[in-house]
Design a protein around this ligand. Sequence first.
Ligand SMILES: *[C@@H]1O[C@H](CO)[C@@H](O)[C@H](O)[C@H]1NC(C)=O
Ligand SMILES: *[C@@H]1O[C@H](CO)[C@@H](O)[C@H](O)[C@H]1NC(C)=O
Ligand SMILES: *[C@@H]1O[C@H](CO)[C@@H](O)[C@H](O)[C@H]1NC(C)=O
Ligand SMILES: *[C@@H]1O[C@H](CO)[C@@H](O)[C@H](O)[C@H]1NC(C)=O
Ligand SMILES: *[C@@H]1O[C@H](CO)[C@@H](O)[C@H](O)[C@H]1NC(C)=O
Ligand SMILES: *[C@@H]1O[C@H](CO)[C@@H](O)[C@H](O)[C@H]1NC(C)=O
Ligand SMILES: *[C@@H]1O[C@H](CO)[C@@H](O)[C@H](O)[C@H]1NC(C)=O
Length: 289
Amino acid sequence: MFQVQLFSFFLIITGFLTQEWSMTLPYVVNGTKGGDVVLPCTFTHPQQQNYSKNITVKWIAKGFDNETIFQCKVNNFTDQGLNECWIPDQSIHFSLKGDPKRRDLSLLIRDLVITDSGKYFCKVELNYFYGSTAVWQNINGTQLNVMAKAQVISLSRVEASPGPGNVSLMCVVKGNPRPTITWLSSNGPVDIDVITRESPLFQWESSIPYFSQDVYTCRAENSLGMVEKQFPPGPSALAITLYVHRVLLLVLPLGAVLFCLKKRGYLRCNSDKSQHHSVSTTSPATGIF
Ligand SMILES: *[C@@H]1O[C@H](CO)[C@@H](O)[C@H](O)[C@H]1NC(C)=O
Ligand SMILES: *[C@@H]1O[C@H](CO)[C@@H](O)[C@H](O)[C@H]1NC(C)=O
Ligand SMILES: *[C@@H]1O[C@H](CO)[C@@H](O)[C@H](O)[C@H]1NC(C)=O
Ligand SMILES: *[C@@H]1O[C@H](CO)[C@@H](O)[C@H](O)[C@H]1NC(C)=O
Ligand SMILES: *[C@@H]1O[C@H](CO)[C@@H](O)[C@H](O)[C@H]1NC(C)=O
Ligand SMILES: *[C@@H]1O[C@H](CO)[C@@H](O)[C@H](O)[C@H]1NC(C)=O
Ligand SMILES: *[C@@H]1O[C@H](CO)[C@@H](O)[C@H](O)[C@H]1NC(C)=O
């Protein structure tokens, strides 16, 4: 176990070591977007039986030497709680779950967002002899993975330059694990070149050439779910229901009128013609196979 230890000579000089420096934290913690997560971190140190000075807790994100995202101090000789806390930006987002006096530095992260994913490092600073500060930070840190259901951020027409053949459809999806992107078209499978590239923040872009007579679907799927978006945006199920409802309102009175006319012998129904019509509409479909 290699650990960062600035004052290792203490262990040799003082001689009364009953406990060694150590830090215990998991390699990986998984969370879910919108949920809460605790990053556990506990430590031991040589003077822990009677250490009665300040304890400074720091949490560092995304890199061993990166900025501190959370910092608090507590005096181990008073009943006082945390003081001199410094939590940039979102004070509700990060808070201390553990009790540093009991050598527990665990961090609570509330309302996770996908970009909270990354490495987290806990760090403790103690006032050892003569104003010197003992600093301890685990070198590996904890990898936080925030899982999120696949989502289609946008599906839009992109015109590279004027003229035919230069219009494409761009689908931007987001999710963790990385969503797979599938294109579907009203004109059969999309087997032309699909360009997929990662854009930052767990987003991926995919574009295909666009031909205006077709209806396209962009499907994003990962282990947490599947979602689709259509272009041009089709009428929603509700809109279709309303439309059918309106058509029925028009057709029903008309049907009643036709029925009356037929009964009186003014109208004849040509059943042969209607049958022929239905056959002709199915023939293009069979032509596909
Ligand atoms: C860091 O991780 C490596 C392997 O991933 C492991 O061998 C080593 O013991 C770890 N160090 C600490 C201090 O946890
Ligand atoms: C975290 O999720 C990954 C899959 O994304 C899984 O392999 C791993 O076992 C999970 N780890 C924990 C601690 O749940
Ligand atoms: C704080 O003091 C208590 C009681 O003396 C002790 O058990 C504990 O280990 C101390 N905390 C630290 C971080 O040394
Ligand atoms: C802390 O306790 C140890 C014995 O466990 C003792 O040798 C040492 O002098 C004590 N330190 C202080 C500052 O009281
Ligand atoms: C401990 O913290 C207090 C404020 O909380 C500060 O006044 C004091 O100087 C600190 N002690 C050391 C040794 O840094
Ligand atoms: C430090 O964190 C920021 C985000 O908080 C990240 O963009 C940057 O890459 C990190 N730097 C290092 C050296 O890891
Ligand atoms: C498509 O755009 C390229 C440059 O991006 C241009 O050279 C080409 O002439 C354009 N094609 C058409 C059909 O407009």
